[in-house]
Ligand binder design. Structure first.
Ligand code: FAD
Length: 687
């Protein structure tokens, strides 16, 4: 690499930094003007001063979280709950987004803070924590010499910057003189060990906190809810039947702008209920499904850019809902209201509501069960199996072999452990507080905002695996919902489906195939200058954003005329599927080629049609000279799809190409790829 290349990389890096942060800055400003947290005004009386809120609410422990999808929030709440239950600490659990930190060094009585922070993208802080990151960046030595803290990060080792946000926070806090209690805990979603990582960190940290704060434990203390509970007799206009946000309750009025569009912002606090105007099966094969879905966003204020993510808000299937209600002997018709016992607690969902609505729309009931959850249920275990439940909740490997390996969800596990008999007496409020919130799932948008500004397309592989132990398929909540809708809309046969849904939704809100959605902005973007060549690598549903990219260039040529094709850079798409039956959008690529001519090429690796498996990285290696020349011309590389294996294999393949064609050592080639990443010339959208 010569010095001109290096300068180009540095300049591009700086530009890319500004470009990326512009989005965050915009979102930050947006957040300041559109505060979506209904609880914020109530809880903090509008102030962003941490010390004031702690004092006003008489709290003596602080847990702060930065969450992108809700997981860090769930762990923060779990941690806070446990400190309260075991040591009667008065814990305030708060979102970093809602506070300023100027008074962090002046916490009353030097109370410790626990940070729970997830990492997103390339080692980034969650969107809502930009203000915290800015605060950290401005810290000087000794500015936090009074602060005691512990910290747990949620990350994924398949990404380059594992737990980047939590590690950065640790570093900055320590450099400013804050004292760490215990060690940094690092949850690894890539290895699937987040829960066990949390438990290990939590046990060590709580032991140290016991000494540090001289805490004594009340072993006999029964579960005490943070919420007051009242049963009601009638469903009123303010009773939630599972509406995704309060704007959709009958007593609310939806807001419209002067163009008559429904007002946003649409985000994690409030989705848009989008009609599905087209849906189709993309696979030919009988045993696997991949659904193409088109959401209509006209009439909303939603805009998106090619390469963004779509969040789809699911609900739970009938089968899982009734199994859950059965195991805990719950009556779905029960109407109830919750009131937070103190003003720093946020209600977990819209209230008043019904038990049935909560189980169907607000709680994550189908995913893998955690060892801690089982531990929380020990007191309510039937006597005959109590000892076994205690052992399971303490023995990590037994729990892994008996519960996790069977892919049980909570209800399956409890029924299996109790020989098919129910668990009566588990407090409903405990279930509400211990189970995670049902959260939206993200999809790389497969349409182009230029070509279809009024619709958003998603390409989703249906998660449905037969389970020999339970006899019930292990299913993905959202993707099976999309498949149900696809079959209803195309008048297909639903009887053989593993799960079924209430497609009408609360008060008919989702009738005729509508679902709540919002858009999350990403940094996965085509170069602004369309003369720059691009290399796209996206096997399976990883092809989704590249369909959007190609449609974007296709629309540009349609708009600007075929003369503009000459200056357009080449687009090469490396796509992979098992065989021809799951070759996604096969006919469309042919159409794009007709217009884009030799400026678009798709190279397909069908992994299972020959004896030896062939993947995208093999195709890249076969064409190393061409790839090298494209890189020489400044090509951008894009990778989308599986983070665990594919993204790493592809990165190796690109580094190998650089090494072999440019005479670099392996580590020099890896450094070049890293520099490309920093400069935004090697972008990943992986999960
Ligand atoms: P979930 O209900 O979330 O289940 C997740 C997995 O856990 C499934 O495989 C399910 O079978 C399994 N499971 C369920 N219950 C259990 C249990 N008890 N024990 C063990 N395992 C269990 N996907 C795409 O198809 N296309 C895309 O374009 C796409 N883009 C993405 C972009 C981003 C930025 C991210 C983060 C993810 C993307 N994904 C994409 C993945 C997608 O978000 C979902 O994770 C996926 O569709 C599964 O969602 P689900 O609700 O159907 O499954």
């Amino acid at each position: 690499m010569n010095s001109t290349d290096l300068i180009a990389i540095v300049v591009l890096g700086a530009l890319f930094w500004i470009y990326r942060n512009l989005d965050s800055i915009k979102e930050f400003i947006n957040d300041q003007f559109y505060d979506n947290d209904p609880a914020l005004g109530v809880n903090s009386n509008g102030t962003r001063d941490l010390v004031e809120v702690l004092r006003d609410n008489d709290k003596n422990y602080l847990v702060l979280y930065g969450s992108q999808t809700g997981t860090a929030e769930d762990y923060a709440k779990k941690f806070g709950k446990e400190l309260t239950a075991r040591f009667q600490l008065r814990v305030m659990v708060a979102d970093l987004e809602h506070y300023d930190f100027d008074t962090l060094n002046e916490l009353p009585d030097n109370i410790p803070v626990t940070f729970v922070i997830s990492t997103y993208g390339e080692g980034d802080f969650p969107d809502g924590s930009v203000n915290f990151e800015q605060y950290l960046n401005e810290l000087d030595a000794e500015m936090l010499d009074n602060l005691r803290f512990s910290i747990f990060g949620l990350g994924n080792t398949t990404y380059e910057f594992f737990n980047g946000a939590a590690r950065k926070a640790l570093d900055k806090l320590q450099n400013a003189g804050a004292r760490l209690i215990g060690a940094l805990g690092e949850g690894d979603d890539g290895a699937g060990t987040t829960d066990e990582d949390y438990l290990t960190w939590k046990e060590e940290t709580i032991e140290l906190l016991q000494t540090e704060l001289d805490l004594s434990e009340d072993e006999d203390k029964q579960f005490e809810s943070s919420f007051g509970y009242t049963e009601l007799t009638t469903i009123e206009n303010n009773t939630s039947l599972g509406e995704p946000s309060k704007q959709y309750l009958p007593n609310a009025t939806l807001q419209y702008n002067s163009e008559g569009e429904q007002r946003g912002p649409f985000d994690l606090a409030q989705p848009y209920i989008a009609p599905i105007i087209k849906t189709k099966e993309l696979f030919q094969s009988k045993d696997r499904n991949c659904i193409h879905t088109e959401f209509d966003i006209s009439g909303s204020e939603i805009t998106y850019q090619t390469g963004d993510h779509l969040a789809i808000w699911p609900s739970n299937p009938d089968e899982a809902v009734s199994q859950f209600l059965r195991v805990f002997e719950l009556n779905p018709e029960t109407i109830f209201d919750l009131k937070a016992k103190d003003s720093t607690m946020k209600l977990p969902f819209l209230c008043p509501t019904t038990v049935g609505a909560v189980v169907r729309h607000y709680l994550e009931i189908t995913g893998p069960i955690s060892r801690q959850t089982l531990g929380l249920l020990v007191s309510y275990a039937p006597e005959s199996i109590k000892d076994h439940i205690i052992t399971l909740s303490k023995d990590k490997s037994l729990f892994a072999s008996e519960i996790l390996a069977s892919k049980f969800n909570l209800a399956d596990a409890l029924l299996s452990l109790n020989n098919g008999q129910t668990w009566s007496g588990v407090p409903w409020l405990l279930l509400i507080e211990m189970l995670p919130k049902l959260s939206p799932r993200y999809y790389s948008i497969s349409s182009s905002s230029l070509s279809e500004p009024n619709t958003i397309h998603a390409t989703s592989i249906v998660e449905n695996t037969p389970n020999d132990t339970t006899g019930i398929n292990t299913i993905g909540v959202t993707t099976n919902l999309l498949r149900n809708i696809q079959l209803v809309k195309t008048q297909g046969d639903l009887t053989s489906l593993p799960v079924h849904y209430d497609l009408e939704g609360p008060r008919g809100l989702f009738a005729n195939g509508q679902l709540p959605i919002h858009v999350r902005h990403s940094t996965f973007r085509l170069p602004k200058d369309n003369s720059i060549p691009v290399i796209m690598i996206g096997p399976g549903t990883g092809v989704a954003p590249f369909r959007g990219f190609v449609r974007e260039r296709f629309a540009e040529i349609k708009r600007d005329g075929s003369d503009s094709l000459e200056k357009m850079g080449k687009m090469v798409l490396f796509y992979g599927s098992r065989d021809n039956d799951d070759y996604l959008y096969r006919d469309e690529w042919v159409e794009y080629s007709k217009t884009l001519e030799d400026k678009f090429e798709i190279d397909v690796a069908l992994s299972r049609v020959q004896e030896q498996k062939i993947y995208v990285q093999h195709r890249l290696a076969e064409r190393k000279e061409e790839i090298s020349q494209l890189l020489q011309k400044g090509a951008y590389v894009y990778v989308c799809g599986d983070a665990k294996r594919m993204a790493k294999d592809v990165q190796h393949a690109i580094a190998n190409i650089l090494s072999e064609t440019k005479g670099l050592t392996e580590s020099e080639a890896q450094e070049v790829v890293k520099a490309m990443k920093v400069a935004g010339k090697y972008q990943e959208d992986i999960w």
